[in-house]
Design a protein around this ligand. Structure first.
Ligand code: ATP
Length: 248
């Protein structure tokens, strides 16, 4: 990789090392045609909230990750929806989570082009994913415009539990309207997606996905968890931000 941060050779001790490396992966993903231009801007909004939360997995995020793992394990047809940013940032981790549950992976894009879908499918497969859905949609999510509504019957359309990292608010709402349980990963606890989801994980996606995998392995074969309250959890996180939680 010949990116600007690599060229600047950021030392691992740099307080923002992980964050700079994520930017690097995203820029590389953009150059490879995986990430949309707007995806870079969306990442910036995420970074701002991560900064406010100290760039760590807060206990409220862990609680949500544990609840998400239990929901995915107990689902009839769990599906992980993948967009360009997520694929560029943590492809191998997505493949590992899908294997651990097991769940299907489906590429689903806000700025859909067939070429970008194909590139993302290939990228995921290169990192260990198998049978990635999304290139040949045969269904539509009701009440969304055509490109954003496209999905597969086998995957998102018939899923009972959908993990939608970095989702936009309209689609998160449309999936809820279809009666699905939705798990959103979004660093912004105020976004429409965060407010709409059944479970909102306010954590950086490259930390959240491996954390869910860890909980999936821990909870496998155990009874489903109960008692997670998404509204209460979100309120706590908003309060943390108000109080100036950041430790960086
Ligand atoms: P909504 O439509 O839900 O109100 P939005 O318009 O802010 O939200 P988008 O721009 O579609 O949403 O999506 C970007 C969202 O994803 C932002 O809320 C941002 O905080 C979050 N985000 C971006 N990058 C990451 C990341 N790496 N990890 C976790 N969350 C992220």
């Amino acid at each position: 990789m010949q990116g600007i941060y690599r060229a600047m050779s950021v030392p691992k001790t740099h307080p923002r090392y992980e964050s700079l490396m994520r930017r690097e992966r995203l820029i590389e993903g953009y150059k490879q045609g995986l990430v949309a231009e707007a995806g870079m801007i969306a990442h910036g909004r995420g970074e701002a909230f991560d900064y406010l939360l100290g760039e760590v997995t807060i206990p409220e995020a862990e609680l949500a990750e544990r609840a998400a793992a239990s929901l995915l394990l107990n689902a009839g047809n769990p599906v992980i929806s993948v967009n360009g940013n997520t694929a560029a940032l943590c492809p191998a981790e997505l493949a590992e989570l899908a294997r651990a549950i097991p769940a299907k992976l489906e590429v689903n894009l806000f700025y859909r082009t067939e070429e970008r879908v194909a590139r993302i499918v290939t990228h995921l497969e290169k990192h260990g994913a198998t049978a990635v859905l999304g290139a040949e949609p045969d269904s539509q999510i009701p009440s969304l415009d055509h490109a954003r509504a496209l999905c597969t019957k086998e995957g998102i359309y018939s899923a009972d539990v959908v993990l939608v990292p970095l989702e936009d608010g309209d689609r998160a709402q449309a999936l809820r309207d279809m009666g699905k349980t939705t798990i959103v990963i979004d660093l912004n606890p105020l976004s429409r997606s965060s407010k709409t989801a059944s479970v909102t994980i306010v954590d950086e996606v490259t930390r959240a996905i491996p954390n869910i995998t860890r909980f999936v392995k821990e909870l496998k074969g155990k009874p489903a968890l109960a008692g997670f309250d998404n509204d209460v959890n979100l309120e706590k996180i908003i309060e943390l931000i108000r109080q100036g939680h950041s430790s960086v």
